[in-house]
Write a protein that binds this ligand. Structure first.
Ligand code: 4AD
Ligand code: MG
Length: 461
């Protein structure tokens, strides 16, 4: 089968030739002696018009096709300079590969994204989700390409772990115990030594701790895989299962980390702009009118920089605008992040040096003893898209922080060990892959950039 993508990319090679294409019917119109099928073959954003006629044995069958049917068409590609579409196929044969029932839920009209979420098996056949998931695929490729071109080693970190990287206790437990009737210890607690791994385990919230171990051997590494958070936040930017990209760089500090993050985001935006122009044009027309202008300006801008303390000073002056009032020490909410990046900087901005109390245990303590070498990258429309930091490389300071937070030394033995044997300055970050796709498309709900989203109360499809 020739793909519609090939036809558009290499039209001279196919014009006036006999070709065979296959796809799903978007619409059927017929008169007494001929009819039109509009076909979408999934390889390209544009559809293909098929003209069929009553000399075909199965003319009646084709006229009666329902939207959604799968067909294979043999015919000649002809130019149609007068029409909306640049060419069509004059069919000689239309074979029905799989008919479609009359209750096919996708109609020609625009459906709401809320409705489409209820049919996650069919929504990839719509323009909106064709565009989204092609951009998602290209974005993943661009990210790998960025890191591979820079000789970063791709490390596969485990999905089942015994530690809690972010220390937020937002983990999905993994167990084979019969939880209705579990083995108990002498003091009546569940005896996890009897569990599959001999201890309590969970799905990973981040591959960072393992990533650091490989950075202390390869220098520059990245992970790219699923992560899981049992956060009970029912928002448009939180999913329980999402993908994260976590580079980790040795002999590097927070500045190097931010340069890497900015370079990566710009590279990925450029790549998608070059390789998905039809999809981005669609988003710009139907989803977010300011998208192209924003993406264009981001690749040509320098990201802003502000310390947490400076950011709080700016936000405090505008506390009347916020639902949650800010003061030094508080965590930034989405409304504050968006205010900073949309109203104050009007471009992506790095917020650095957060209070240690609101950040994870592994971040490097600054000389002030109060803040850590952390950075969050905030972007318009979303807020935090990246969270990163320089890591604490001193054994003593790390151990002290772990004690302060009540983390068990034995759960982090290897991680601590790393600080004993040739520890280097090192830093890294996590890019939320879905948030990156949201940023590139203007799609405003994380549920609409994940093929089968898992969010609080939802595990369908
Ligand atoms: O800021 P976070 O929690 O950082 C870490 O996990 C570090 N271990 C990363 C590192 O330094 N290697 O998460 C990183 C990013 C966030 O900025 C956000 O984009 C995304 O992951 N993220 C989520 N995306 C979707 N749904 C959720 N529930 C998310 N939680 C975090
Ligand atoms: Mg974060």
């Amino acid at each position: 089968l020739v793909t519609v993508r090939e036809i558009y990319r290499n039209r001279e090679a196919y014009l006036d030739k006999e070709i065979t294409v296959g796809g799903w019917v978007r619409s059927v119109r017929d008169s007494k002696t001929f009819g039109f099928l509009v076909l979408h073959d999934g390889t390209f954003f544009e559809t293909l018009q098929i003209v069929f006629h009553d000399k075909m044995d199965n003319f009646q069958e084709i006229c009666k096709l329902n939207v959604g049917a799968a067909v294979i068409v043999k015919g000649t590609l002809v130019a149609t300079p007068q029409a909306k579409q640049p060419f069509e196929i004059q069919a000689d044969e239309v074979t029905v590969e799989g008919g479609s029932a009359p209750d096919y839920p996708l109609q020609k009209k625009r459906h709401s994204v809320e409705f489409l979420r209820t049919i996650s098996h069919l929504r990839p056949r719509t323009n909106m989700f064709q565009a989204t998931f092609r951009v998602r695929s290209l974005t993943a490729y661009a990210i790998h390409k960025f890191f591979q071109e820079r000789d970063f080693v791709y490390v596969h970190t485990p999905l089942i772990t015994g530690s809690d990287c972010e220390g937020a206790g937002e983990m999905f437990q993994v167990t084979t115990l019969d939880l209705e009737n579990p083995p108990k210890t002498a003091d009546g607690k569940v005896d996890y030594t009897k569990d599959f791994f001999g201890k309590q385990t969970n799905l990973t919230v981040s591959g960072q701790l393992n990533g650091e171990m490989y950075a202390q051997a390869f220098r520059n590494i990245y992970t790219f895989g699923p992560t899981f958070r049992a956060e009970n936040s029912n928002t448009t930017r939180h999913a329980a299962e999402f993908w994260m990209i976590e580079p980790e760089i040795a002999f590097a500090d927070l500045k190097d980390d931010m340069i890497l993050a900015e370079d990566m985001l710009k590279y990925v935006i450029r790549y998608v702009m070059e390789n998905a122009p039809e999809e981005l044009a669609f988003f710009n027309s139907f989803v977010d009118k300011g998208l192209m202008e924003r993406l264009n300006s981001v690749v040509n801008s320098q990201f802003g920089h502000v310390t947490y303390t400076e950011a709080i000073e700016i936000l405090e002056k505008n506390n009347d605008k916020f639902e949650y009032k800010v003061s030094w020490g508080c965590d930034l909410q989405t409304e504050h992040e968006r205010y900073l990046t949309e109203q104050v900087f009007k471009r992506p901005v790095f917020v650095t040096d957060y209070p240690k109390e609101i950040k994870a245990f592994y971040m490097k303590l600054n000389d002030d003893g109060k803040t850590v070498a952390a950075m969050d990258c905030l972007v318009p429309g979303i807020g935090e898209i990246i969270g990163g930091s320089q890591r604490e490389d001193s054994y003593e300071k790390l151990l002290q922080r772990m004690h302060e937070l009540g983390l068990k030394e034995e759960d982090y033995r290897a991680y601590l060990d790393l600080r004993k044997y040739g520890s280097t300055r090192h830093a890294g970050f996590g890019l939320g892959f879905e948030r990156c796709v949201m940023y590139l498309t203007g799609v405003s709900n994380i549920r609409d950039v994940i093929p089968f989203p898992r969010t609080v109360g939802n595990c369908e499809g």
